[in-house]
Design a protein around this ligand. Structure first.
Ligand SMILES: Cc1cc2nc3c(=O)[nH]c(=O)nc-3n(C[C@H](O)[C@H](O)[C@H](O)COP(=O)(O)OP(=O)(O)OC[C@H]3O[C@@H](n4cnc5c(N)ncnc54)[C@H](O)[C@@H]3O)c2cc1C
Length: 405
């Protein structure tokens, strides 16, 4: 029996699980998924929770039931990995041994390093903070709403991977537009300024000029202001102070914190300077070929997007298949920024761009069809428990999008 242990049952981890489970019995692979949560959280729906449009319950499904359809689910916290002994250490001294390990623990979102965040900050990034933000938006009366990201630390083990100062700015734009729409509905828009800030010289540094243009036009139309090159020094009750000494009044400050690699990776000597796991293009750890790392916790994932975690999960599953069965092709990794930003009023902007990785594709499509695609995708994730739509459907979507481009 080969022992495959998957750490984290999020986007990346469940993708590997669903693929491998198809052939695991035939090739005698035992799969164990370890997660500290009992439920899968569809994070792309957290902006809707932040605006009070959905509850957390509506964007989760139980993990145990899914994993136990074939494998073993362990609900516990991963503390450390010993790559030489091939063991994972959990709370209360539990140890689990593996032949192959997939690290898919997501990133550590470091709210604690933002001075003033605990007292005055808000965020859409977790299932605890998003409902709290919904209350703050509901109670908002007037003033500035300031939304942006902290700067991510640069790591150097993979010089070919682009460095972005912000982990992922999609939710910043999403929440800004959704707040704009919500305030208009409440007749409160004239009492508010909505300001997005970025630590980078360009907001949405991960896409090209065409997407910038499309976003810029919409931002202007919705009076969403954008300021760049701003790194937060501290948050106070009624203002934000930036590293360049400037300040901005703020009645409601909403942050995406800096992302770091998961503690379990950093504590095990498996991380780069920011704690992310460095891998080759098949997502094998640079120092241990039987350890894979995918998703937000991997150095190669830039920006930190669920779409990339899923693509990487596909690559890893194909690599495991070839390694363990001698069958199939190893899929190439062809990264692109693909996301759909909810912009309120049943409209959304679909973004598809690979200029960050040297490609030519750079496309934005705004309207109700994009919104329908987003809600259908989120529903699909929930209904089919983390499975991606079948290849056939994805190919059809590609043809459709190709016509629009
Ligand atoms: C507000 C918001 C909106 C987003 N919108 C989009 C979008 O529209 N499109 C898109 O593509 N991406 C979006 N993303 C990004 C996307 O959610 C992430 O990129 C994706 O979840 C990363 O997948 P992952 O498998 O690496 O990690 P996750 O999905 O975070 O899964 C990690 C799992 O590991 C578990 N875990 C973590 N640490 C431990 C530990 N020590 N022990 C045990 N278990 C542990 C967690 O409980 C979790 O289940 C959004 C993110 C946010 C925050």
């Amino acid at each position: 029996m080969h022992k495959l242990v998957i750490l984290g049952g999020g986007f990346g981890g469940l993708t590997v699980f669903h693929h491998v489970a198809k052939w695991a019995r035939e090739y005698q692979v035992e799969i164990t998924v370890i997660d500290e949560r009992e439920t899968f959280l569809v994070k792309p729906s957290l902006p809707e929770v932040s605006l009070g449009e959905k509850s957390v319950r509506e964007i989760t499904f139980p993990l145990r039931q899914v994993v136990e359809s074939y494998g073993t689910f362990i609900r516990n916290r991963v503390n450390r990995i010993d790559p030489v002994a091939q063991k994972v250490y959990l709370e209360e001294g539990v140890a689990v041994s593996y032949d192959f390990l997939v690290i898919a623990l997501g990133a550590k979102k470091h709210f604690g390093e933002i001075p003033g965040f605990a007292d005055y900050g808000h965020s859409m990034c977790t299932d605890v903070l998003a409902p709290r933000l919904a209350k703050a938006i509901e109670q908002f009366d007037k003033g500035n709403i300031v939304i942006g990201s902290m700067q991510v630390k640069q790591a150097t083990r993979l010089p070919e991977v682009p460095y972005l100062k912000a982990a992922c700015e999609g939710p910043v734009g999403e929440v800004a537009f959704m707040i704009d729409v919500a305030l208009r509905k409440r007749g409160k828009r004239d009492d508010a300024r909505v300001v997005c800030f970025s630590p980078s010289p360009i907001f949405f540094e991960d896409v090209g000029d065409k997407v910038h243009e499309a976003f810029g036009d919409l931002a202007q139309k919705h009076q969403v202001e954008v300021i760049t090159d701003k790194i937060v020094r501290k948050i106070e009750r009624d203002y934000v102070e930036f590293d360049d000494g400037s300040t901005l009044e703020s009645a409601l400050t909403i942050m995406i914190p800096a992302y770091y690699g998961p503690d379990a990776v950093a504590n095990s000597g498996l991380g780069d300077e920011a704690g992310f796991a460095p891998t080759n293009e098949q997502f094998q750890h640079l120092d241990y070929a039987n350890i894979y790392a995918i998703g937000d916790g991997a150095s190669r994932t830039v920006p930190k997007l669920g779409h990339l975690a899923v693509e990487q999960g596909n690559v890893v599953a194909s690599h495991l298949k070839q390694t363990l069965t001698g069958r199939g092709e190893v899929l190439p990794y062809e990264p692109e920024v693909f996301c759909i930003m909810n912009m309120g009023n049943r409209k959304a902007m679909l973004i598809r761009s690979n200029t960050l990785y040297g490609g030519q594709r750079d496309f934005a499509y705004y309207g109700q069809v994009s919104s329908l695609m987003k809600s259908s995708f989120d529903e699909y994730m929930l209904r089919f428990k983390g499975k991606m739509p079948p290849d056939m459907l994805q190919r059809l979507l590609n043809v459709y999008l190709g016509r629009l481009e």
